[in-house]
Structure formats: C-alpha cells, structure tokens
Write a protein that binds this ligand. Structure first.
Ligand SMILES: C[S@@+](CC[C@H](N)C(=O)[O-])C[C@H]1O[C@@H](n2cnc3c(N)ncnc32)[C@H](O)[C@@H]1O
Length: 318
C-alpha cells in the first residue's frame, strides 16, 4: 500500500525558518508537499512558493496543492541543484530555502520502483524515471572495485568488498534483474556469523542506500545545491536542511559552520589579517532530532536531523 508521506520535523522546520506573510520560499524537495503546505499557509496570499522535485509523481501532488493554497506557486521538475541555478539566473531572491533529503514514503512504497528491499521488484531506484542510469545498470555494469567503493562510501557497509565480490560472481552467470536477486546476493555474501558480528538491522539496508545514492547522484546534487541556495538568500534569509544519514548531515553541517565562521587566520597569528566575516548565524547548535512522540507516530522520522542558519549582512554581529 502506498502511504502518504508524513512530513518529518515539520513544526521545528516552521519554527526555525519562520516563513512570514508576503515572503518567497523555495521547497527543493516537494515530495507529497507536506512541508510545502505548512509553509504556504504562512506565506499567505501575498507570498510565493517555488517547489522543485525531479519525480513526476510529485508534480501531480503539486497541482493539487497549488489549487488549494492562497500564495503564488510554481513547480520546477528537475534536479534541485539545476532548479536553484535557474532561479539564481532569473535573479530570484528567496527568504526561505529548505531541503528535506532522500526519498518519500510514496517512492519507497511504490514497489515497482525498486527502492525497498522488502518487495521483489525490478532494479530501478531512479527518482526521475526519465534518467538513463538505473540500479540494474550499476549492479551489472560497474566493476567490482567501483561497487565495493559505493557500498563503503555511500552505505558505510563494513562488508562492502565481500558483497561486491558475490554480486560480480553471480552476474557472470546471469545478470541481476530484481531487488530480490540483490537481496539474495547480499545474504549469500554474509554468512550468519558475519551478520551477527556486524548486526545493525536488515543486511541489505546499507547496500540499498548506497545504490540509491549512486543512481541518483544524491551527494553531488547536495554539494552543488547548498551554495546555490545560499546565494538566493538576502540578509535575513533562512536555509534549512533535513538529512537522513550522516553523509548528508556532515555536508550540511560543514557548509553552515563554514559560513558562520569569522576570522580564518591560523591560530598562531597575533592579529587577524584575513578580514573574513561571518555570513551566517546558526539557528541550530546541534542538529535537531525528532521527539520520541514523533518517532512513535512516524518511525520513518527516526534518523531525521534538521540544521538551519540565517544569512547575515557582513557587518551584522551574530
Ligand atoms: C523526503 S521527500 C520530501 C517530502 C516532502 N518534504 C513532504 O513533506 O512531502 C524527498 C523528495 O525529494 C525529491 N528529491 C530528492 N533528491 C532530489 C534532487 N536532487 N532533485 C530534485 N528532487 C529530489 C524526491 O524525489 C522526493 O520526492
């Protein structure tokens, strides 16, 4: 059954970014529009909400939302990094930009899209079904070293090499076609004793995450998007991101902390010679996690982490 996506850390996102009547906001990851609806309500009839998503299924949800909210709305069906670049070229100034990373519940639950190890389905995992590269091409085409590298880097899987070896061994007999074939390969690569040693939930979880990140170029998009989003903000503008694993959260944290730094001279310099001034005030010290109550109602919120910052004018004290 396809569940409607429940927006994660929604109250916290609204409190921290405080969208106000008449402002312009950009939702980089529209999904089912849960966050977008709350933001639109704050923007009111004089506000503007630009929504981006590369999944065509999100676009039909956007049409419904657009008919129901008072603010001006616009949808860009493309990678959010490309969308932000386009908005920058158009000279848009945005008061609030936010990203809610990863995939939606609708995508996970649409069995035929192959995002979940819980259902047997074709190896797809594309957020944009028009994209050429899919999970089948990665798993049958990339060499053993490349596969081990993505399992390690994007899945942080301690068994990356074993699993890559088993996949390559199996595909020399017959190509992997379904998520079930991938789960079988992973299980065969990890005897019970190894699984017990590494623990940590379903043995396929990390590899599925890794393949999905590779297929959709998720970390590259995030790295490109953060500076483009920042450039849309005038002083006072707010940027927020909800991450679902440490690879994303680390990138968001590094980006915001760098902008919040003042002097970048080496610590042994007696006086500042860099003249570097902070551009950001952090709105979150530590990343904000969902409450136990939210996780009880929506277990998929569990790994969500929210970070936000406000852009400040160069001379403004933080
Ligand atoms: C976690 S869901 C967002 C859910 C949404 N905030 C809500 O409340 O319904 C993430 C969405 O971002 C989209 N997405 C992820 N990476 C993207 C990218 N690089 N460019 C455009 N859309 C992306 C996915 O297709 C998915 O619909």
């Amino acid at each position: 059954m396809t569940r409607v996506h429940v927006p994660v850390l929604a109250g916290e996102l609204i409190d921290l970014t405080a969208p106000a009547p008449g402002e312009t906001a950009v939702d980089c990851t529209f999904g089912a529009g849960g966050h977008a609806r709350l933001v639109a309500d704050r923007l009111g009839p004089a506000g503007t909400l630009v929504c981006i998503d590369r999944d065509p299924a999100a676009e039909s949800r956007f049409d419904e939302l657009s008919a129901e909210v008072a603010c001006e709305t616009r949808f860009l069906r493309m990678d959010y990094a490309d969308g932000l670049a386009r908005l920058g070229e158009e000279g848009l100034g945005a008061d609030v930009v936010y990203l809610d990373l990863g995939i939606s519940s609708m995508q996970v639950d649409a069995r035929e899209r192959g995002f979940s190890y819980s259902y047997d389905a074709p190896l797809d995992m594309r957020m944009d079904p028009g994209q050429e590269l899919d999970a089948r091409a990665v798993l049958n085409g990339w060499d053993e070293r490349q596969l081990a590298q993505i399992f390690r880097r994007y899945g942080e899987d301690p068994n990356a090499r074993r699993i890559a070896r088993e996949i390559v061994r199996r595909r020399s007999r017959a190509s992997l076609e379904t998520t079930g074939d991938l789960v079988e390969a992973i299980e065969a690569a990890l005897p019970a004793a190894v699984r017990r040693r590494f623990g940590g939930g379903h043995p396929a979880k990390r590899v599925f995450q890794a393949v999905r990140i590779a297929v959709n170029g998720e970390l590259d998009s995030l790295d490109r998007a953060l500076p483009l989003a920042w450039d849309l903000l005038p002083p006072g503008g707010r940027l927020a991101a909800i991450s679902f694993h440490s690879l994303e959260d680390r990138r968001v944290k590094r980006f915001l902390v760098e902008r919040a730094r003042g002097c970048v001279c080496p610590p042994d310099f007696p006086v500042c010679v860099c003249g570097h001034e902070p551009e950001a005030e952090l709105l979150t010290g530590r990343a904000v996690a969902p409450t136990a109550g939210e996780v009880a109602q929506n277990p998929r919120a569990k790994s969500g982490r929210l970070r936000a910052a406000r852009r400040i004018a160069p001379t403004e004290e933080s």
